[in-house]
Design a protein around this ligand. Structure first.
Ligand code: FB9
Length: 458
């Protein structure tokens, strides 16, 4: 029997759907439909399967089916002959979603209730776009031409008087500065700048500190620090292998230093030991910037006529110490030195008060201490409001005559000096607890970029 219809898939499937539409709620028997269409039953079953499969493939097939089921437009018979079947359950449907979307399509979305709008947006059937419109009207200086607003008042404008006819752009005091494209100073260098400013304000001159390598002579012997002092051995000091020795010393001065160590002089009994040149020659990484102060004071003493002087230095020093959260094998030492006739401990206390007040530190206390090259010596303490306790903020003293007189400084000239570190105030100002967050290979460079300007007196 020749089929009465073209039996290809989609056409047959649609034909079946139309017959289902005409059949009303009762549904159709595949056998009867196949006979009516003059088709093999299997062909029709194939069309039915293809329609069943469509429910899994169409992106909205599932949604449509579940909506039809939840609206009770269709019913599912799971035990129907030949497997699960879906039947029409109502004569006609009112698709409210379709009606609402048609309203949107007609540009009448505002007629939708908010809950409907939110439901459609949630199902991604509706997307809201906010369009910002402006109401434009004439201003006080309205013109039909756009006149360029000047941003700079030039000498030419003033001279010619043309500024009278020009419009100037109003200052924008809210404008933020443009971030510099250049590099960023490390917090240590920002704090160093502040300390340098304080010293310069106080009339001090910066000493040349550009030699990390120093001879033991200038670092220790010139300061009357004996050669057997524990600070001079390997566990506190870094010695160089190459060049291991310095050779160039002022001959006469070296003789006076040797004598004052081994025999005494200038009223001092000295240390009475066999002072050795080879010990003084040993090259090291300087352990303090006081080595630089010794060189500068020796140069001051070579003047024909002594003139009072104030010096400062801020630079790296190296000590072979136990490392911990606040101590590395190097740090920046800050040092102030004042040379004049008749200076006393009172002068030292006064200048320390002046110096630390500029740092915002006003409550100072002085505690007797010991240094090999100063006598008397004082530790300097300040009351830390945040920590509610007294903290050490530096060390100080009056250089010994056994250090100053061999240099050639006149009798009566005394030199007061003090020192502190750069890292400690920097860590406090920037709230850094571990020094490895401030210096070293683990430093987060973003910290450097983001670190604010430093004001020490606040
Ligand atoms: O810097 C130190 N403390 C400090 C300084 C400033 C500060 O500012 C606050 C924000 C407001 C806070 C703290 N100290 C000296 C004290 C301690 O930190 C101490 O534990 C560590 N000291 C270093 C040496 O340690 C091996 C700091 C360093 C120091 C100590 C002494 C001198 C220099 C640096 C000196 C000296 C001297 C003495 C006489 C003549 C010439 C130089």
């Amino acid at each position: 029997m020749s089929p009465t219809v073209a039996a290809d898939g989609p056409a047959l499937a649609e034909l079946l759907l139309q017959r289902l539409e005409w059949a009303g709620g009762g549904g159709l028997c595949s056998l009867e439909v196949a006979a009516a269409l003059g088709l093999e039953h299997q062909q029709l079953v194939g069309a039915v399967k293809s329609l069943q499969a469509l429910g899994q493939k169409l992106p909205c097939g599932k949604v449509g089916f579940s909506k039809a089921m939840s609206n009770k437009w269709v019913r599912l018979e799971k035990n129907a002959e030949g497997g699960p079947r879906v039947f029409r359950a109502v004569e006609s449907v009112q698709d409210s979603v379709r009606e609402k979307l048609q309203l949107v399509q007609q540009g009448e979305a505002e007629r939708l209730e908010e809950k409907d709008r939110n439901e459609l947006k949630k199902r991604k059937l509706l997307m809201e776009v906010v369009i910002k419109t402006y109401w434009i009207r004439k201003g006080s200086a309205f013109s039909t031409t756009v006149s360029k607003q000047e941003t700079d008042l030039t000498p030419e404008m003033i001279a010619s008087g043309s500024w009278r006819d020009l419009k100037f752009k109003a200052y924008n005091f809210e404008a933020l500065g443009i971030m510099p494209e250049s590099g960023h100073l490390h917090p240590l260098l920002k704090v160093r700048t502040q300390f340098r400013q304080i010293f310069l304000e106080m009339g001090f001159t910066e000493m040349p500190t550009n030699n990390f390598i120093e001879s033991s002579f200038w670092n220790f012997d010139a300061l009357f620090q004996p050669q057997q002092h524990p600070a001079r051995d390997q566990h506190d000091t870094f010695f160089l292998q190459d060049p291991a020795e310095a050779t160039d010393f002022p001959t006469d001065y070296l003789k006076r230093v040797k004598k004052v160590h081994s025999q005494g002089g200038y009223g001092s009994q000295g240390y009475k030991y066999d002072w050795k040149l080879e010990e003084a020659r040993k090259n090291i990484l300087r352990t303090h910037t006081t080595a630089v102060s010794a060189r500068v004071l020796y140069r001051l003493a070579q003047q024909e006529k002594f003139t009072p002087a104030k010096y400062f230095s801020i630079d790296r020093v190296f000590r072979n110490e136990t490392l911990d959260a606040t101590h590395l094998a190097e740090f920046h030492q800050i040092e102030g030195v004042v040379a004049d006739y008749g200076l006393t401990l009172g002068d030292l206390m006064g200048i320390l008060k002046e110096f630390f007040t500029k740092l915002g530190i006003t409550q100072l206390r002085f505690k007797p201490a010991y240094n090999p090259y100063t006598e008397p010596s004082m530790e300097v303490f300040s009351y830390h409001q945040g920590l509610q306790k007294w903290v050490e903020v530096g060390n100080s003293g009056v250089f010994r005559p056994e250090m100053l007189l061999p240099m050639g400084l006149p009798e009566g000239v005394s030199v007061i000096a003090w020192g502190l570190s750069l890292e400690r105030p920097t860590m406090i100002k920037y709230g850094i607890n571990n020094i490895r967050e401030l210096v070293g290979h683990k430093v987060n460079l973003q910290m450097v970029y983001d670190s604010p300007l430093c004001r020490l007196d606040t």
